[in-house]
Design a protein around this ligand. Structure first.
Ligand SMILES: NC(=O)C1=CN([C@@H]2O[C@H](COP(=O)(O)OP(=O)(O)OC[C@H]3O[C@@H](n4cnc5c(N)ncnc54)[C@H](O)[C@@H]3O)[C@@H](O)[C@H]2O)C=CC1
Ligand SMILES: O=C(O)/C=C/C=C(\O)C(=O)O
Length: 480
């Protein structure tokens, strides 16, 4: 069986202790490769390599760094089909999604920061003839980047690209649930001519590799995307070591649909925002609030459209949903559906596992699920499920829906559907979230700040925010 390798000091290497864990294909439930079960010794080796590479990489002209990262982006584009197939096999997502979203976005992340760094400049503040301040932005050192399984290469590269562009070196850990495209990326880094030690990829479990990165004294910066519980563990270690932290965590995002919306657009996008990537995007809308005047009409049309979605082999062109990422995750989502029923919810569509035939009979498939009749403050409506499950609830007034929308510990994203521009702006101002989409969803401009408030995270990714995060400001005041 194929053994995935770590990428340390420019070379593909086996884990020091020689241990491996199984890698499953969620669409079949079969083990198809082995992942290094690395430990703190591998992290130590990677950190040493990253530390040794830092002086030269940080002094390499930004134009040279940009050229190498652009070469990497081109190689990702050249390998689109291979990478998309690998992502679909590792994660269970529809191949067409990996081809049109995940892999192009990974290339875009490298291109964006390769060019972004060329436009990133020092600020200066003049003190009217007395003095002038200029603020240098310097790379920090070795950065730890820890990423999740839902958008594997997309989110892995979203961290690595700005860290490297800014002149840092990196020790990165992809999710052990979906390691394969990070492994392929390491091959492409070698082909792109990334100097050895600049990027190091250590595969393995969160409580071993992730924890070793988090607590390493020579890694002063941690950028993490994943679950809120893990985020808390990272803060409790890295916070006390005064590390610079960026945490992009969970969401329980409201979709707020007013009577005066463009009905067809709101409906079409709500189907997408509920079930894209099997509902495994931190930005998916998982609580749908519909104003009473159109509630019945919207609910019935939403159920009808959801019934038409095909759950199937991720490689098939006509599959709308593939498999969820793992058996434990499927069981977690199913347990929330049971909880919803106990809490008085009615399953309008879905609510069960989908059994496919032939080689897919042991895959982890779930029917897209809509649940009605729950109170806004029950556990189903407060906790992140992270699967193809959404709830639908009526509301009457702006005040009422704001109260319900803002009632969770999360505050990542929201959508608002209305033709009334004043109402849209008022809602945007009052929603507790880092991102508000008005009459759209997941329309991404990579220059914008990306992240959440409350338990959805700390800090922002995207645009110059990420370059600010991956650099340290130094103010120099010159007396005139
Ligand atoms: N982007 C998001 O918002 C995501 C949210 N989640 C949520 O989190 C729940 C749990 O999913 P998991 O796979 O367990 O996500 P997770 O948060 O445990 O995994 C994310 C990354 O963190 C690493 N990690 C785990 N424990 C760590 C530790 N102690 N120190 C450092 N790194 C550690 C993992 O190996 C992985 O690379 C999901 O059901 C979902 O609700 C999961 C993945 C992505
Ligand atoms: O940057 C984006 O466009 C999307 C990011 C999505 C996540 O961070 C997530 O699902 O965890």
């Amino acid at each position: 069986m194929e053994k995935i390798k770590n990428y340390i000091n420019g070379e593909l290497v086996a884990p020091i202790a020689g241990n491996y864990i199984d890698n499953y294909n969620p669409s079949t439930g079969a083990i198809y490769s082995l992942i290094p079960d690395s430990d703190k010794d591998d992290v130590e080796l990677a950190t040493k390599a990253a530390k040794a590479a830092f002086p030269e990489w940080s002094k390499t002209p930004k134009e040279t760094r940009a050229r190498i990262l652009q070469k990497l982006a081109s190689l990702i584009e050249d390998n689109l089909d291979r990478l998309a197939l690998a992502e679909s096999k590792d994660n269970g997502k529809p191949l067409k999604l990996a081809k049109t979203v995940d892999i192009p976005r990974a290339a875009a992340n490298f291109n964006f920061y390769a060019t972004g760094i060329l436009h990133y400049a020092s600020q200066s503040h003049s003190m009217e003839g007395t003095a002038i301040n200029y603020t240098l932005r310097e790379p920090i050192g070795v950065c730890g980047c820890i990423s999740p399984w839902n958008l594997p290469l997309y989110l892995f590269s979203w961290k690595i690209a700005p860290a490297l562009a800014a002149g840092n070196t990196v020790v990165a850990k992809p999710s052990e649930v979906t390691p394969y495209t990070a492994y392929l990326l390491s091959e492409l880094c070698i082909e792109a001519g990334l100097p050895k030690g600049v990027l190091n990829i250590v595969h393995g479990l969160g409580h071993k590799v992730g924890a070793a990165i988090t607590e390493h004294v020579d890694i002063p910066v941690i950028s993490f995307t994943g679950g809120t519980v893990t985020g808390k563990q990272i803060i409790s270690t890295a916070g006390t070591m005064f590390k610079k932290l960026s945490l992009e965590l969970g969401g329980k995002n409201p979709n707020i649909i007013f009577d005066d919306c463009d009905f067809d657009k709101a409906l079409k996008t709500t189907v997408l925002s509920s079930f894209a990537n099997q509902g495994q995007i931190c930005l998916c809308g998982s609580r749908i609030f519909v104003q009473r005047g159109i509630y019945n009409k919207f609910r019935d049309a939403f159920v009808e459209k959801t019934k038409q979605l095909k759950v199937g082999n991720p490689l098939a062109e006509d599959s709308n949903l593939g498999a969820v990422v793992s058996k434990p995750h499927m069981e977690k989502v199913l347990s929330y559906i049971e909880l919803a029923k106990e809490e008085g919810g009615t399953v309008l569509v879905g609510g069960h596992q989908v059994k496919l035939e032939g080689e897919f009979e042991n895959g982890y498939y779930l029917a897209p699920t809509i649940i009605e009749g729950l109170s806004y403050n029950c556990r189903t409506n407060q906790e992140e499920i992270f699967g193809p499950v959404t709830t639908i609830m009526p509301f009457d007034t702006e005040e009422e829906v704001l109260m319900m929308a803002n009632s969770t510990v999360y505050g990542l994203a929201s959508t608002v559907w209305t033709q009334d521009i004043t109402k849209a702006h008022n809602m945007a101002a009052k929603i507790h979230a880092g991102i508000v989409w008005i009459n759209c969803w997941l329309l991404r401009d990579l220059r914008t700040p990306f992240g959440g408030v409350k338990s959805s995270g700390v800090g922002r990714e995207g645009g110059f925010e990420a370059l600010d995060f991956f650099t340290e400001p130094k103010n120099v005041c010159v007396k005139l």
